[in-house]
Design a protein around this ligand. Structure first.
Ligand SMILES: NC(=O)c1ccc[n+]([C@@H]2O[C@H](COP(=O)([O-])OP(=O)(O)OC[C@H]3O[C@@H](n4cnc5c(N)ncnc54)[C@H](OP(=O)(O)O)[C@@H]3O)[C@@H](O)[C@H]2O)c1
Length: 317
């Protein structure tokens, strides 16, 4: 199943998430994912594995599994490169690491601009801004960064541009000045964070939405995130397990199907080959409206990924 973006480009509804895919298995995992049928790969400068993603892609192309133009390769501009001059350096670095001459989608990863850190000093810099554990902000607006991304489209280096972790108010502001509308918004989305109003507004503006961390706390437990440690895993939540048993499917499949039936794209990540295959085949059954509503009613506005903290590095990073 594919989704048509507001620029006419069609992309698969299900992709493969590359955050925390270990470098040692990353190239092989990308290769296996391509073999299993994945065509959309969600990476980012910050994930630190773009060279390995590039290796996996090159191997799959060399072995004749796929052609470059059949793939949808995604990256995200990290916070330290928001200055228009740095945007150009960033795309060159991403394309060189991935060994590609264009990207399919390039997002602004977070609406937060940090001071530039040279690649030789630290890459990826994460939350390092060149001075211990202090955040140093860059005086650059999101409109300026967005205009620099628009230039990349004009230069043919990127096919579509998107935003990630933007609130409704920030999207509204960006739409006032942009020449190219964002094709996609990527957000944290799971039954503990349903984001009803943001989804409704964003869709009303013709922007498609990609859900990340669809399994809620699961991805953050391994980071020792305090709120994830305290939450009931969605895989064992009785609302989810009951619906899973109604359909004789796994709780993971229910969680992913809930997102796709809400019209969202999904990008589950797995380091395990069987799960990678299972996560691609989730659209072969339907939840009832009552079941969809029961899952949505678990919402408690619980956000695991919120690095915005004006002067203190979040403890879970
Ligand atoms: N834009 C952003 O700021 C942002 C932030 C976070 C994530 N993302 C993107 O979204 C992608 C997905 O989000 P995520 O990585 O946070 O989490 P996720 O896909 O919700 O969850 C991954 C976790 O679930 C496990 N898992 C995967 N499939 C499973 C299955 N079928 N059954 C049981 N457990 C399963 C994985 O373990 P195993 O690996 O052991 O299978 C891993 O612990 C990321 O990889 C990244 O590309 C974007």
């Amino acid at each position: 199943m594919s989704i048509k973006l507001n620029n006419g480009i069609e992309i698969p509804q299900i992709g493969f998430g590359c955050w925390k895919v270990e470098k040692s298995i990353c190239a092989q995992q990308i290769y296996e994912a391509i073999k299993a049928g994945y065509r959309l790969f969600d990476g980012a400068m910050d994930y630190g594995n773009e060279k390995e993603i590039g290796d996996g892609i090159q191997l799959a192309i060399k072995d004749g599994l796929v052609k470059r133009e059949e793939l949808f390769i995604v990256s995200k501009l990290w916070n330290n490169y928001h200055d228009p001059k740095s945007v150009k350096l960033a795309i060159n670095k991403v394309l060189s690491d991935l060994k590609l001459d264009y990207l399919d989608i390039f997002y602004i990863h977070f609406p937060i601009a940090f001071k530039f850190v040279p690649f030789e000093e630290k890459y990826p810099p994460g939350f390092y801004c060149g001075d211990g554990d202090k955040f140093i902000y860059e005086d650059v607006s999101l409109a300026q960064t967005w205009a620099a991304l628009e230039n990349l489209v004009e230069e043919g280096l990127v096919k579509s541009i998107g935003i990630s972790n933007f609130s409704g108010a920030l999207i509204q502001d960006l739409l006032r000045t942009c020449k190219i509308k964002p094709a996609l918004l990527q957000i944290e989305h799971h039954p503990y964070l349903v984001q009803e109003k943001l989804i409704e507004y964003t869709k009303s503006q013709g922007i498609n939405i990609v859900a990340y961390s669809s399994f809620g706390p699961q991805s953050f437990v391994e980071l020792d995130h305090p709120a994830a440690q305290d939450s009931i895993t969605l895989f064992k939540h009785e609302t989810v397990t009951k619906i899973a048993s109604n359909h004789s499917v796994s709780p993971a499949k229910v969680l992913l199907r809930w997102s796709t039936q809400r019209g969202l794209l999904i990008i589950p990540k797995s380091n395990q080959k069987e799960r990678l295959l299972a996560n691609l085949k989730i659209n072969d059954f339907d939840l009832t409206q009552e079941e969809l509503d029961a899952i949505s009613s678990l919402d408690k506005g619980l956000r695991f990924n919120d690095p915005w903290n004006w002067n203190k590095i979040p403890t879970f990073i």
